[in-house]
Design a protein around this ligand. Structure first.
Ligand code: GN1
Ligand code: MG
Length: 354
C-alpha cells in the first residue's frame, strides 16, 4: 500500500516527525511528490525523483542542496523562522546521505514543508505577477556568485533549441500517421519559427550572453506565496544548473501571462496578458537590472517568446512520440498543451513588438 511505503521511506530520514497521513501534490509532470503530514508540525515534502528522466539523481540532489546552502548563507541575518520560509531546507537520511534509494532502485529526497503558503497554476492578480518576478530576480541575484561550473548538468542541453529541434525531427520519422496528420498545422509552425527561435542560443554560444546559475523551471506553480500574496520561496530546484537569464525570465512568463492553464483546451480563453508581463518584468528587473548587460536586457522579450516556443515544441514532440516523457491524463493531453502554447505565442506576438 502506498501509505505504508511512504511511511517506511519517510522514517529513513533524520527528523523528529511522526507520520500521520499523506497527500499527493500532483501538479508536476515528472516526479512523484507527496506532502507528509506529521502528528505535530513541521510537515514534510517527500519526493521520488524520476530517474528515467534524470540520469544522475545524486548529482541533482547535490546541486539543489548546494544552492539551498548558498542561499541560506546569504539569508543568515534573518531570524531562523524567516530564513526557513525563504529557502528550501532538505533533511538527510539517518545514515547521513542526502537521498534514500529503495529496494526497487527509486531515489527519494525530503524537505521541510513551508507552512501557511500557497501556489498558483494561473495568475489572477497583477500583484502575483509582480511578486513572481521579484522573487525570481532575487533567486538569480542570490545565486549569481555561485560558480555554475560546479553544478551537474542534470539534463544536458535542457533548453538547447537545436537539441530540441533534433528530437522533434526524430519524432517526425517515427510518429504514427494519425498523430502526424492531427498535428500538421503545428508541425508547419515549428518549421516557420526555426530561425528566430535559434537567436538566443546563438548569442549564448558566441559568448555574448554569459552562463550563470539558473533555475530552469520557473513556472508560477514553482513559486510559493504567503497568504498576503507576497512571494516567499522558489521551489522545485531539481533543474538548477548552468543556463542564461532568458531561460528563467521567459519560462515564468509562459505561465504568469497565460490567462488560462497550460493545458486549457478552450483556446479562446488563452491570451497573453500584457499587464501581467509589465508587472512581472518590473518585479524581475527591480533586483536584476543593474547586473544585466545591455544585450541581456535587449533580448529579454525574445527570451520570453523562445521559452514559450520551446515548451510547445517539447509537448508536440512528446505527442508525436506517443507520450513517453510527460505524465498525461488522457491521450491528447500533450497535443492540447502544445496547441495552448502555440496560441499563447500568437497572442504574445500581437502584443509585444521588437
Ligand atoms: C516539467 O515536472 P515539472 O512540472 O516540474 C518539465 C519542465 C516543463 C514543465 C511544463 C524536467 O516540469 O521543463 O516546463 O514540465 N521538467 C522537466 O509544465 O522536463
Ligand atoms: Mg520541475
Amino acid at each position: 500500500m502506498l501509505e505504508q511505503k511512504l511511511k517506511y521511506i519517510f522514517n529513513k530520514f533524520n527528523h523528529n516527525g511522526e507520520f500521520d497521513s499523506f497527500q499527493e501534490l500532483a501538479s508536476g509532470h515528472i516526479n512523484d511528490t507527496y506532502l507528509i503530514k506529521t502528528k505535530e508540525k513541521p510537515f514534510f515534502v517527500l519526493q521520488r525523483i524520476n530517474h528515467g528522466v534524470f540520469k544522475n539523481v545524486p548529482g541533482l540532489i547535490e546541486n539543489k542542496v548546494a544552492i539551498s546552502r548558498h542561499i541560506q548563507e546569504k539569508l543568515k541575518n534573518l531570524s531562523e523562522k524567516k530564513q526557513k520560509r525563504q529557502v528550501l531546507t532538505f533533511a538527510n537520511t539517518l545514515s547521513g546521505k542526502s537521498y534514500y534509494q529503495d529496494e526497487e532502485g527509486n531515489y527519494w529526497n525530503i524537505m521541510y514543508f513551508i507552512d501557511d503558503s500557497v501556489t498558483f497554476e494561473i495568475v489572477k492578480e497583477k500583484e502575483i505577477a509582480y511578486e513572481g518576478g521579484r522573487l525570481l530576480g532575487k533567486f538569480l541575484t542570490l545565486t549569481s556568485d555561485f560558480d555554475a561550473s560546479k553544478l551537474t548538468e542534470v539534463i544536458p542541453k535542457f533548453h538547447d533549441m537545436s537539441f530540441r529541434y533534433s528530437q522533434f525531427e526524430d519524432a517526425l520519422k517515427t510518429a504514427s500517421k494519425e498523430r502526424l496528420n492531427n498535428a500538421k498545422e503545428q508541425i508547419k509552425l515549428v518549421a516557420d519559427f526555426k530561425e528566430e527561435m535559434h537567436i538566443i542560443q546563438h548569442l549564448k554560444e558566441s559568448g555574448a550572453i554569459k552562463t550563470r546559475v539558473t533555475h530552469n523551471d520557473t513556472k508560477i506553480s514553482n513559486i510559493l506565496f504567503n497568504k498576503k500574496n507576497k512571494g516567499l520561496c522558489v521551489i522545485d530546484t531539481d533543474t538548477v544548473m548552468p543556463g542564461i537569464v532568458h531561460y528563467d525570465f521567459g519560462d515564468a512568463i509562459r505561465t504568469i501571462c497565460n490567462t488560462a492553464a497550460e493545458d486549457e483546451t478552450n483556446l479562446d480563453s488563452v491570451e497573453f496578458n500584457i499587464d501581467y508581463y509589465n508587472a512581472y518584468t518590473e518585479g524581475f528587473l527591480k533586483k536584476m537590472k543593474s547586473s544585466l548587460t545591455p544585450i541581456e536586457l535587449e533580448y529579454l522579450p525574445l527570451g520570453a517568446k523562445t521559452m514559450i516556443f520551446i515548451m510547445a515544441l517539447r509537448f508536440l514532440t512528446d505527442y508525436l512520440n506517443d507520450d513517453i516523457y510527460y505524465k498525461t491524463k488522457y491521450p491528447e493531453h500533450n497535443f492540447d498543451r502544445a496547441k495552448n502554447q502555440f496560441k499563447l505565442i500568437e497572442s504574445f506576438s500581437k502584443k509585444i513588438k521588437f
